[in-house]
Ligand binder design. Structure first.
Ligand code: NAD
Length: 456
């Protein structure tokens, strides 16, 4: 491990990765890697998570293709120095901001989107001219093997290395000195990363998780309420069966609208995924036995079990949990205090939908707040009275693929951001440059002081 890192540092010091040509060549090679290995990627994602190829294309391959294309189309603009005017007092001196790579960076990724969450930050690291180690998650072993075997065939392996392994490997990597650590994972391990980074004053980006609420207001037309149900069901259960950091965790609705909404959600679930546990289709499976038990255990609490209004069946052998809706489980139960990260949807009813603001503010700041509402005043209240990484109105998940928007959390849901230009910035240092001029020489800036100089 130490030898690999020393090689990366040597490569960085050689200056090779700073050239824009090198960066573009690597990004194009990454695109080739994705395009020429689609079938292998589909296969690995199916092995690790039972993902359907359509889902794999949408959430993994397509995300990377889009991200590389966008970066290649903007890179010349991003690397160009930004000229800035300084105080007129110093004219004709000029200012400039240069983006320089940070150096040797470490990227940790998680298992739920094991290709896109590994390669998307890597695109940022390469575009900014860094060398990098990528440590994929051991919980998606087929994807980890795919990355370990394939990346060295396409990318400059003196500059980019994949180091596979579990928590022990992660710990050993954290003991080394890095110029940046980019971490995607749980708040628990995020805290270990930040502690290790502090020792070397290494900057970190932490892409963490939490409980993302969706507020569902009343609608002015049945077509809007139908569209909302489709988006909620597609966004909750579609990407990796709810095993997503930006998946809806729980839903807030007014008491009087709950039963209509639940009927609409049930109908949509049946249409998208089928009805009985044995006939379920288009859903990924739970990643492993540990997570299957973690999610199933939420339902073992008798008061939580009594709140199930749809689903609730599980198949331990196949690691499948049926899409499940719960109505008003106890607010102090584990399902309402821990991140669910799975296919269970608690619905909490409120007398008035505006109470949702207070409800959300009683919990740690989420990665995303989703809100289905046509009420512009309520939208403004949500924006000004709550805090979250993102607010998405009238849709679910779509913010993730909008490269113009920064992606990241706040408070317990994370620190820092990426995607599009934000990825480039995340892996760059913005160096300020002041180009001084020798003439004119302005004497009042120097001692000896007198009352006349005070006027300046
Ligand atoms: P995790 O924290 O268990 O693991 C993340 C990475 O850290 C993996 O590569 C793992 O091998 C490594 N790791 C685990 N324990 C370690 C240790 N003790 N020392 C060093 N490294 C260690 O998280 P996970 O189970 O992979 O992912 C689930 C969590 O990640 C959820 O909380 C979810 O919300 C969050 N997540 C966030 C995003 C995001 O973009 N914000 C995306 C996906 C997942």
């Amino acid at each position: 491990m130490e030898g690999s890192i020393a090689e990366l540092r040597e490569t960085f010091t050689s200056g090779r990765t700073k050239s824009v040509e090198w960066r573009k060549k690597q990004l194009k090679a990454l695109l080739d890697l994705i395009n020429e290995n689609e079938d292998k990627i589909f296969h690995a994602l199916h092995q690790d998570l039972g993902k359907h190829p359509a889902e794999s294309y949408r959430d993994e391959i397509g995300v990377i293709q889009k991200s590389v294309d966008f970066t290649l189309s903007c890179l010349d603009k991003w690397v160009a120095p930004n000229k800035e005017n300084c105080l007129l007092f110093f004219f004709p001196a000029k200012g400039e901001v240069l983006s320089e790579p940070l150096g040797v960076v470490l990227i940790f990724s998680s298992w739920n989107f094991p290709i896109s969450l590994a390669l998307d930050p890597l695109i940022g690291a390469i575009s900014a001219g860094n060398t990098a180690v990528l440590k994929p998650s051991e919980l998606s072993p087929a994807c980890m093997s795919f990355l370990s075997e394939t990346v060295p065939l396409y990318l400059d392996n003196k500059a980019i290395k994949i180091i596979g392994g579990g928590a022990d490997v992660g710990q050993r990597l954290l003991e080394l000195k890095w110029d940046k650590i980019f971490f995607t994972g749980s708040p628990r391990v995020g805290s270990l990363v930040m502690t290790a980074a502090a020792k070397h004053l290494t900057p970190v980006t932490l892409e963490l998780g939490g409980k993302c609420p969706v507020i569902v207001d009343n609608f002015s037309s049945p077509s809007k309420s139908k569209a909302a149900a489709k988006r909620i069901v597609g966004g909750k259960w579609g990407p990796c069966t709810g095993q997503a950091c930006i998946a809806i965790d729980y839903l807030l609705v007014e008491e009087k609208s709950a039963s209509n909404l639940i009927e609409s959600l049930k109908k949509t679930i049946k249409r998208f995924y089928g009805e009985n546990l044995k006939d379920l289709k288009n859903l990924s499976r739970i990643v492993n036995k540990h997570h299957f038990e973690r999610i199933s255990n939420f339902l073992k609490d008798p008061q939580v079990a009594a709140s199930i209004v749809y689903g609730g069946s599980v198949n331990e052998e196949k690691l499948i949990i049926e899409p499940t809706i719960l109505l008003d489980p106890p607010l102090d139960s584990d399902i309402m205090t821990e991140e669910i990260f799975g296919p269970l949807l608690p619905i909490i009813t409120l007398k008035n939908i505006e109470e949702s603001i207070e409800f959300i503010n009683s919990k740690p700041k989420p990665l995303v707040i989703y809100a289905f509402t046509e009420n512009e005043t309520f939208k403004k209240r949500i924006l000004s009275e709550t805090s979250s990484g993102t607010v998405t109105f009238n849709d679910v998940m779509m913010q993730f693929i909008c490269d113009a928007l920064p992606f990241g959390g706040v408070g317990q849901s994370g620190y820092g951001r990426y995607h599009g230009k934000y990825s480039f910035d995340t892996f760059s240092h913005e160096k300020a440059v002041f180009h001084g001029a020798f003439f004119p020489e302005i004497e009042p800036r120097y001692p000896p002081w007198n009352d006349f100089k005070l006027l300046f």
